[in-house]
Structures are given as structure tokens and as C-alpha cells.
Design a protein around this ligand. Sequence first.
Ligand code: ATP
Ligand code: MG
Length: 401
Amino acid sequence: MRVTPRTILYTGKGGVGKTSVATATALACARSGLRTIVMSTDPAHSLADSLDVPLDAKPLEVEPNLFAQQVQANEEMERHWSAVQSWLTELLSDRGLERITAEELTVPPGFDELFALLQIKDHHDSGLYDVIIVDCAPTGETLRLLSFPDVAQWWIEKVFPWERRLISAARPVAKAFLDIPLPDKAVYNEVERLVGSLVAMNDILRDHKNTSLRLVMTPDKMVISEAMRTFTYLSLYGYLTDAVVVNRLFPEETAEGYFASWREAQQENLVSVRDSFSPVPVRTAPYFDEEVIGEAMLTRLGDVLFEDGAEASEVLFDTIIQEIVIEDDSAHMLLSLPFVEKGDIGLNKIGLEVVVRVGDQKRTIMLPNSMTGFKPNGARVEDGRLRIEFERTERAAEAIS
Ligand SMILES: Nc1ncnc2c1ncn2[C@@H]1O[C@H](COP(=O)(O)OP(=O)(O)OP(=O)(O)O)[C@@H](O)[C@H]1O
Ligand SMILES: [Mg+2]
């Protein structure tokens, strides 16, 4: 039994095969003797369809060593957020908002999935599982929410005790003169507990020895672009991507006939995936002749992706190859590329896309939104990594004039 469970999160655009790949991975792990849980945080809940068994909000053992769970976001919300929610509802409906609208406003976007993801922490604490596989909702946006605990932790240590004391001192006065309900102890306790859980979750997610994300995509241009963007964000938050899965590749047999040109385009796109993500391992799965539903098909999918269950649960790659440091007027990116040794370096930025060329190798990187105003102004090799410098365009314009 592992001391710290191995946690793998699958994310990617809608419909690319996240649930299928996550479930296939879980099944492979379970069969290699690892106690495995696969959970979905997606309200659409196709995990039960994929496994072809009914599931519940609590983990159910669906075959030896394999547990599955469809986390109910509203139940988790109740558990973590009910005091805050009733306080905010009271506050907002006092201000003339319809109660229903007020109730909706008290749950910030993305929070439902966030609460669902907190189950990961519960499974870590329980010591029941060797492997935790998470089938995330399409956007991966929630992972962004989990990247803020550094700020939250500071707030809770420095500001919270003061604020709390002030509020309790002001309560009798405020009650008499203001018409707003002040948060009570239960609200504070809840927020404090939540921040504690988020900090713990962040530690779990940034533990590169035990936790990684895997990006699932189909070999289509738009899907790949989005996966590249997600990859950039994950790197920015310090989350490790240890593999990329390209799913639903048209097989050899389709090289002629109606799907021939599709296959050709897919093969080209596959090359661009390898160029854009290497040295992160790229695993592929064919477009099967039937849907991936039930044990037999999940086994087929697992077999093409991994040597065996032990391998499926390994950390397949252990480095964050892309690092971005953003300062006021400048930024730089460090890239660990396999081909960084020699050759002329070329840089080109179109919108948020930067194309880096080293010799005859080309790689496209998606910049985060916060770098809209930056343009690249040089690159060099430093300690075996490619360092690209950026500066704010306003300044760049000033410098030229
Ligand atoms: N390699 C494959 N060959 C054939 N069908 C596949 C393959 N992978 C997935 N499918 C099928 O494609 C559909 C979508 O797959 P899946 O539900 O796993 O995607 P998803 O990314 O989880 O979707 P969503 O974003 O809606 O949650 C399902 O019907 C699944 O059985
Ligand atoms: Mg799904």
C-alpha cells in the first residue's frame, strides 16, 4: 500500500474522451492490484454510463479493487458552504433581491466543481486508496481556483484574526445602526475550514511525486489549441502534466476511402501535438469500431494506452517543461526542450500564440491572457533551457520612438 496515494486528473475539451480514458486507466490500475477510486466532478456524470453500472454520490466497489463515485456538487456545497450561503442570501435579499436570485448569487462560478474536487482531499485523508483518478469537467477552469491558496493562506493568518475581533467588537453597535446582517461565528468557521482545505488541496496538486494531470484531446486543430492553452495554465500554476492522450485517431484501415483525407489531416495534427508537447509523453488511442462502454471496451482502451496497470499509475514524466515569470514590464519564459542545443532561434508572436523555431524544429506556445500586452524581444539558451524574454509593447513602442 502506498503511503501517499497516486492522484491523476484527466482534463480536456468537451467530448474528447476524458471519462473513457479516466475510467480505462482506473480499471487497469485496479487490475494490477492497486486499490483505485475513479471519481467524476462533472455534473453530467457519464461515469456510470462509461462503466455501464449504476453509481452513487458515495464510492461503490464496482469490481475488485475498483471504486467509482459520482460526486454530487450540491451535497458537497451543503457540507462546505451552507453557513456562508445563508448569510449571503440574507444579506442580498435584505437588499431587495428575489430570494431565488440571491441564492444563486451566493455561489460563485466554478465553486460547485471546486467543492466536488475537495473529495480528493477526503480520499487522501482516508488512507483507503492507492490511486485516485479524477475525471474533471471540460474546462479545467476550476483548477485555476485552486491555485490561489497562497493568497488565501496569508489572508487567513494575518487578516482573519483581526477582522474577526473587529466584527465581534462592532456587532452590538452595528446591529443598532446598520441594517446589514453581520457574518456570525459559523460563517467564519466555515470560511476558515474551507481555506484550510483549499491549501491542503493545493499541496496535493503540487506534489509532483504523487500527483499529475493528463490532457486528453482528439487530433483536431481547435482541440489541440485549447489543450495547449490548458497546458500553459497548468504549468503556470505549478501543476505537472505527465502525459498527453490523443484519442480517436482514424486507424490504418481508413487510409483509403471516405475518411482518407480525415486520416491524413489527423496524422499531420498528431505531428504538431508531438512538437508542441515533447518531451511530455504522447499516448494515442484509435477510433474504435464501437463506443467505449463497459468493461470489455474499457479494457481495450486501457491496453492500447498503457503497458499495464502498474505503468498506467506511474508518473510518466516528472518535469514542468514550461515556466513563466511575469513582472511589471517584462516577463520571461524558460522552456526545457529536447532540441534546444543548436541552431538559429526564431520567434514570432501572433495574438497569444508564440512560435519558437530552433534550427528546423518548430514549437507553438500559448501565452496566458495576462501576457496580451507583451511581445517577445529575444531568446537564448541558458543552462540547457531556452529562455525567451518579453517586454510590454507600450514600452517597446516608446523605446523605438
Ligand atoms: N477511442 C474511442 N473510440 C470510439 N469511441 C470513443 C473513443 N473514446 C471515447 N469514445 C466515445 O466518445 C464519446 C465521448 O467520450 P467521453 O464521454 O469519454 O468524453 P468526455 O471528454 O468525457 O466528454 P464530456 O466532456 O461530455 O464529459 C462516448 O460515447 C465514448 O464512448
Ligand atoms: Mg465526461
